[in-house]
Design a protein around this ligand. Structure first.
Ligand SMILES: NC(=O)c1ccc[n+]([C@@H]2O[C@H](COP(=O)([O-])OP(=O)(O)OC[C@H]3O[C@@H](n4cnc5c(N)ncnc54)[C@H](O)[C@@H]3O)[C@@H](O)[C@H]2O)c1
Length: 705
């Protein structure tokens, strides 16, 4: 067992199984093999009176090894392993710490007693990956805490703390100090009290916890919490079976259901996004050789909406940050807004007053560029104007220390042109945060034609420190996300001019799974913001008289969105609830009449197709041009930054799922109806369809090259 992550040592009459399977002690094949051997070893020792199972490192078993999901099912092996553990003839105690999720929690349920250090968290988050607990969790947990509470835990898919675990009844005690010593002491106390074995499998489920009205409530909850999805409903099926089946039969039923969930599009899509997010920092063909630059402090230029949010990200990560603005007034306004953000976190119980003070102390305001001289990264977030940004980059070039990373948060401007005004264009990069910057997880990292690999590496490292999901892009108008947004937004605006109501458009998109309908997004972001971008870039736009005219008409009527209570919808003061507004609809109708736009009815299916297919089409252009390195990166941008349903896997995963030919045919259908100005299949789409290949196949082939 020398190379095994599992060892057995004797502490008097207590056998201690120690698992050391870094980084997070997954229940990998090696860990399972080691555990089988450990159990056999313990069975052979007659002197053992109790068994303790603990893990080294940052956590007890964190869960199953997700990379095994694509291989043959492992449920049978888990069943056998956990049965052998549970059948040991002496008390078995799991001593836990860290974050104990999924399979990690399930193995503890096969132990006879469970204790944990303060701060340990437990959860069964499988439904967030479109699957169900498949290592006995659906059968053992209800034997400890009942069907209803088990399902509450599974549907919430959020970890709970030790006190909650004790209160629910699956944790016996909180222990203190060293996990090994404390768990051994707990085992000795059991021996002293002659507590004996206590197998979960020998307990029965309280049938009252599976009453029909409880199941009905949970089913309704699952449907509303996980619309268009099935894993949560399957979990209800599995857990309620525990109330009527003996353990072994229940476990087989769980396996059958778990394997069924793995075959669903929902699971494949969610697991795709999970890995896609994990892989965004690994850039094909780009090696940093450890030559990234260390970022331990930052400077932000512009204390507005974005600059303030970015500064908060630094402070939240414990990094000192200096914020510069051009006037005392703008700076003070920005600093006050940051303090207000922290106040509201304190009010909502998300932060202590002491922690707030600590973070605010990391943010320093200044009006002098010389105060930026020591920062490792400088992020410019002033108004969206090329001349202004170039002026600022000249200043930054003059004061920044050698090797500082010079970044811009521009959404639309040519970063090559910004880099060109400096004497160090290879140090310049785009860091495109999303609003609100301290909340949104996505960060587009935009390399110019000359950005040095070490600077890209530094940006990717920084994103980790700031807890962002980075996606590397190349310079183009709108980068990945906003460039794909163009067709999506264009069609939504066009459809309200064709007579669809804002609610019909947003309703169809939301029912399909978008987190928020696009017109409601415009209202939230400010219709003036979109109109200003449109005006500044008018020369780029196609000669379509209806192009973005819904926004422009509402804006002309003084409707700015939520900020003045009137946009595509009407809002009451201090309330974000959308109300239909006949006045907005009249404005849209009058605009359509003026522009001679034919009126038609819009089924939900058409709304979704017309919004989502342009996304896919542009995504394929972006991919072929190399603006995004991989299809999965495009999927991450839309899932992490634009509320695309993760359970559909992102636009490009979705395209493969429904079939590229379906997308292609629909684009031709709309081309026949609306002309080719907007509806033209991307070359890559046309090619793959003619070759009968999927995007996944195309990508796999590219990865090999
Ligand atoms: N708001 C968004 O949703 C969003 C999202 C992503 C990127 N961006 C980009 O971020 C940048 C900033 O946008 P914002 O929404 O935060 O704008 P904002 O108007 O809220 O803030 C801009 C700040 O820059 C300051 N400023 C102007 N000129 C300056 C100068 N010469 N020196 C120093 N400071 C100066 C202003 O006083 C103001 O505080 C823009 O490039 C924008 O395109 C915005």
């Amino acid at each position: 067992m020398s190379n095994s992550p599992v060892t057995v040592t004797l502490d008097g009459e207590v056998a201690v199984i120690t698992v050391d399977n870094p980084p997070v002690n997954t229940l990998s094949a090696a860990a399972r093999a080691g555990l089988f051997a450990a159990i056999a070893d313990i069975r052979a020792r007659s002197e053992v009176a109790a068994v303790v199972m603990i893990c080294k490192g940052s956590t007890f078993f964190s869960g199953a090894d997700i990379s095994e999901f694509s291989g043959p099912p492992k449920e049978g092996e888990f069943r056998d392993l956990f049965r052998e553990l549970e059948q040991l003839p002496v008390p078995v105690v799991a001593g836990m710490h860290g974050v104990v999720m999924g399979g990690g929690l399930e193995i503890s349920l096969a132990c006879h007693y469970r204790v944990a250090l303060p701060g340990t968290r437990f959860g069964l988050p499988e439904v967030t990956l479109g699957i169900i607990p498949g290592a006995g969790g659906t059968q053992r947990m209800p034997r400890l805490i009942g069907v209803e509470k088990t399902l509450d835990l599974i549907l919430a898919a959020r970890p709970v703390d030790v006190a909650t675990g004790i209160q629910l009844g699956f944790i016996d005690a909180e222990i203190d100090g060293d996990v090994r010593e404390a768990t051994v002491a707990f085992a000795r106390a059991l021996l002293r009290d002659r507590a004996g074995v206590r197998r979960t499998s020998e307990r029965s489920v309280d049938p009252a916890t599976a009453a029909p009205e409880i199941i009905a409530r949970l089913t309704a909850q699952a449907k509303s919490q996980y619309p268009n999805r099935t894993a949560a409903l399957t979990a209800i099926d599995a857990v309620s079976a525990a109330a009527r089946l003996p353990l072994e039969e229940g476990l087989l039923y769980e396996t059958e259901l778990a394997n069924r969930t793995k075959l669903t599009v929902e699971a494949k899509a969610l697991i795709h996004v999970f890995f896609a997010e994990r892989n965004t920092r690994k850039i094909p063909g780009l090696s940093f050789d450890g030559a990234t630059r260390k970022i331990a402090s930052g400077g932000v230029i512009g204390a507005g909406t974005m600059g303030g949010g970015i500064a908060i990200c630094f402070a939240n990560a414990g990094l000192p940050v200096t914020v510069l603005d051009s006037t005392r007034e703008a700076l003070d306004r920005g600093l006050a807004a940051m303090a207000k953000t922290y106040d509201s976190m304190v009010k909502r119980g998300r932060l202590t007053t002491a922690e707030k003070a600590k973070r605010l102390a990391l943010i320093r305001g200044t009006l002098n560029y010389s105060d930026l001289a020591t920062a490792d990264v400088l992020i410019e977030a002033v108004f969206e104007n090329l001349d202004l940004k170039q002026t600022i980059f000249k200043e930054l070039d003059a004061v920044a220390k050698p090797d500082a990373v010079l970044a811009t948060n521009t959404s639309t401007l040519d970063i090559n042109a910004i880099a060109a005004v400096t004497r160090r264009p290879s140090d310049v990069i785009g860091l495109h945060f999303f609003s609100p910057a301290n909340v949104m997880p996505l960060l587009e990292v935009v390399r110019t034609d000359s950005t040095a690999p070490a600077v890209i590496g530094a940006a990717l490292d920084l994103s980790k420190a700031l807890k962002k999901t980075p996606v590397l892009a190349r310079v183009c108008y709108g980068f990945i996300g906003n460039r794909m947004m163009e067709g999506y937004a264009r069609e939504a605006q066009r459809m309200v001019l064709e007579g669809a109501t804002p609610r019909e458009v947003d309703g169809a998109l939301e029912a399909w799974g978008m987190a928020m309908g696009i017109l409601a997004v415009f209202d939230m972001a400010g219709i003036d913001v979109g109109v200003n971008v449109h005006r500044a870039n008018a020369e780029r736009y196609p000669p379509d008289p209806s192009y973005y005219q819904a926004d422009i008409a509402l804006h002309a009527a003084g409707r700015l969105g939520q900020k003045n209570g009137r946009g595509y919808y009407k809002y009451l003061p201090g309330d974000r609830t959308r109300h239909d507004d006949p006045e907005a609809i009249d404005i849209l109708k009058a605009t359509a009449l003026r522009l001679n736009i034919p009126q038609s009815a819009h089924a939900a299916g058409e709304i979704v197709e017309r919004c989502v297919y342009p996304l896919i089409n542009e995504g394929m252009r972006i991919l072929e041009e190399g603006v995004a390195a991989r299809a999965s990166d495009v999927d991450v941008v839309w899932c992490a930054g634009y509320g695309f349903p993760r359970y559909r896997g992102g636009p490009l995963f979705h395209a493969d799922n429904i079939g590229l030919k379906t997308v292609y045919d629909a684009i031709l259908k709309y081309r026949d109806r609306f002309g080719s100005m907007h509806w033209q299949p991307a070359p890559l789409l046309a090619r793959l369809v003619s070759e009968g290949r999927t995007l996944g196949e195309w990508q796999a082939e590219r990865n090999l090259r």
